[in-house]
Design a protein around this ligand. Structure first.
Ligand SMILES: [Ca+2]
Ligand SMILES: [Ca+2]
Length: 655
């Protein structure tokens, strides 16, 4: 850290913890070093996966060259089963030494805590699409079971694709087709292993503190090249063997796919870094594309599962699909709009660590592990992170408009609307990108183009959820502008009188240092401060802030990615049996309460208040991922939980 950043760190830490004088202490186990444990999980799981893959692959290869019968089932072959068993025993041994505490045994009191190594919120093994790996995670031995199950599934699925549909009539014939078969199997499997190794080394570099990037790109600066090289050698090997006289895939002279044999359909998976693999395969180029995508899926998932403390497990890898809060309308049509206007909530959302507590009306609570209430959550407040940031009162008096995009059963489906302008529309950001910390913003592609402040190069905000939110804290006061990241969507059920919305926000933080007015206000028709100081405006709600009076862009310090998925008129609960509410959360608890184990927000159903008009309240509990700014993450306690509620009036307008 250079000298210039040091005062800023202290300043920001104080700013966003809203005056907390007590340093934020994690419950990090004193027994050993969680990073050493994390650094064992990633390479040892990759080594296990490699051993399992090679054992299966050697067996399949022997079938292709004709030394074992084509009917051999490699997954139950004695030699393969023994090899995988030995590899799993080795994985268990290495993990017990590095994660199991002084007794080198998982499941005893001196283990690294699951929370400290990023597995606290996981609960059950996250599995792999197409596999059945869902063991409960209570100690590091269970992590081994999970990593081995997922690793073996990744190995099995990869080898099954690479070898499983080859035409056995060619096995052991030494024909060109047989040579092509061996090349497809060997080169594809090798690509999977090489890619996994490049990813794992890249993540290990981050765990060692050599870089702080996402892997592979920009990663450690090597992974992208390694993967490209592995890819190139795979393609050239397959196409040399299978591409006909020109030794290239394509050109009309490739070996006939029917003679070589390969799956007619590629795997029904989506690689987190490469999109959907699903496609019909009709030629050698299709084979190459398919094995590439499938290996990318398996290596992405396996590498990410190995570093749960660094990255959330991609939804694409998971065997379960998330609940769909935004179903496509069964009868699609733009049939009107729904307008939501926010009402004032409590006058006091509570201080840091709820000292003083919030005032009624309440919308929810935080409980400990015995179900005892630790704190009430105020209506109209936002609470965030594991650190002791005070509750933030949300603005009121603003309107957000959603389009009614059609019907689905008894519900109206809702989507993003252009509204009447940026203050009430609900469309996502982009596509252009500009520096948030400069006015007028320079166009950019990377944060480095904007001076390097994390998330300072951002998709252009088109719509905002409410006016700027002031957070008063002496000279360290901040102003938050909530830009919509993606189109809002949801459903409104006028029979059940319920509403569920999905709203993804980029909450932009500005350190204004103005305690009396953390955000510029509109006072007597003109902006009190900020980019448009002195210029005409109309204030919104009791706080009198407005998008017309933005803070100075030079005061930008970072962005919180807040996804209200879902915000509901029902009950939204976030449990954490061991204190970690969110993937990769490393400090137990919520909102400065280390003992927190359950967060509950309760909305209010739609209540008829006039023709087409309803009073309601939405509640949301959610995870806030790391912002990318170590300053913001440290001070707020991210990754960590979030909770929010807002009351208001909903007007349904169907012309
Ligand atoms: Ca132990
Ligand atoms: Ca060719």
């Amino acid at each position: 850290m250079n000298c210039r950043r040091r005062p800023r760190l202290a300043l920001l830490a104080l700013a966003v913890t809203a005056g907390a004088l007590v340093p934020v202490m994690g419950p990090r186990a004193a027994q050993a070093d969680p990073v050493l444990c994390e650094r064992a999980l990633s390479p040892e799981s990759a080594k296990f996966t490699r051993s399992a893959t090679l054992a299966l692959q050697r067996c399949e290869d022997a079938k292709v060259i004709g030394t074992v019968p084509p009917a051999t089932d490699c997954s139950t072959d004695g030699g393969v089963v023994n090899a995988i068993g030995r590899a799993q025993a080795k994985l268990a041994r290495k993990v017990a030494i590095r994660c199991g505490g002084q007794d080198h045994t998982c499941g005893t009191d001196d283990d690294e805590s699951l929370v400290s190594i990023g597995w606290g919120a996981i609960g059950t093994c996250l599995g792999l699409k197409g596999a059945s790996c869902g063991n409960a995670i209570g100690n590091c031995g269970d992590i081994v079971t999970c990593l081995a199950c997922v690793g073996q599934a990744a190995a099995g699925q990869t080898v099954a694709l690479d070898y499983g549909s080859l035409n056995s009539a060619q096995f052991g014939t030494d024909s060109p087709e047989n040579f092509c078969q061996r090349s497809i199997g060997q080169a594809s499997t090798k690509f999977f292993l090489d890619r996994l190794k490049a990813l794992q080394k890249c993540w290990d570099g981050r765990l060692k503190g050599h870089h702080s990037n996402a892997c592979p790109d920009p990663g450690d600066g090597k992974a992208v090249t390694r993967i490209a090289h592995a890819e190139e050698s795979k393609v050239s090997r397959i196409c040399r063997a299978c591409g006909g006289a020109d030794h290239q895939c394509g050109g009309g002279d490739d070996l006939a796919l029917g003679q070589v044999g390969f799956a007619a359909q590629c795997s029904d998976v989506t690689a987190p870094s490469d999109g959907s693999c699903s496609a019909t395969i009709t030629d050698m180029s299709g084979v190459v594309t398919c094995v590439d995508c499938d290996a990318t899926f398996a290596s992405d998932c396996m590498a990410d599962l190995g570093v749960s403390a660094l990255v959330p497990y991609p939804q694409d890898c998971s065997p379960t699909t998330p609940p769909d809060f935004c179903p496509a309308p069964v009868v699609p049509a733009m049939i009107g709009q729904i307008a939501f206007t926010g009402s004032p909530g409590t006058a006091n959302c509570g201080g840091a660590r709820f000292s003083p507590p919030a005032d009624p009306p309440f919308s929810g609570e935080v409980d400990d592990g015995n179900g005892m209430k630790l704190a009430d959550l105020g209506l109209g407040c936002l609470y965030s992170g594991s650190a002791s940031m005070a509750g933030v009162a949300l603005p009121d008096g603003f309107t957000s408009i959603l389009a009614i995009t059609g019907t689905s059963g008894s519900t109206l489906t809702l989507g993003g609307s252009d509204g009447t302008g940026p203050a009430d529309c609900t469309k996502g950001a982009g596509p252009a990108m500009h520096c948030v910390n400069a006015n007028p913003g320079a166009s950019c592609t990377l944060d480095a183009d904007c001076g390097g402040i994390p998330s300072s190069c951002a998709l252009d905000a088109n719509c905002f959820f409410g006016p700027p939110t002031p957070v008063s804290n002496g000279a360290l006061s901040i102003c938050i502008a909530n830009a919509l990241r993606t189109d809002a969507c949801g459903v409104a059920d006028l029979t059940a009188m319920s509403t569920t919305l999905a709203v993804a926000l980029s909450s932009r933080l500005y350190l204004t240092g103005n305690a009396a007015s953390p955000c510029p206000r509109c006072d007597s028709g003109s902006c009190t401060a900020g980019e448009r100081a002195g210029m005409p405006c109309t204030g919104v709600g009791t706080k009198g802030t407005t998008l017309e009076c933005p803070p100075q862009s030079s005061q930008f310090i970072g962005t919180l990615p807040v996804s209200l998925v879902p915000a509901t008129t029902g009950t939204s609960m976030l449990p954490a049996p061991n204190g970690a509410f969110c993937p990769a959360q490393t400090t137990a608890g919520a909102f400065g309460l280390a003992g927190a184990r359950l967060i509950r927000e309760v909305g209010q159903p739609l209540t008829l208040a006039g023709l087409g008009t309803f009073t309601t309240a939405l509640g949301a509990t959610f995870c806030i991922p790391a912002s990318g700014s170590s300053l913001v993450d440290g001070a707020v306690g991210l990754p960590g939980p979030g909770a929010l509620s807002i009351s208001g009036t909903t007007t349904v307008n169907i012309p």
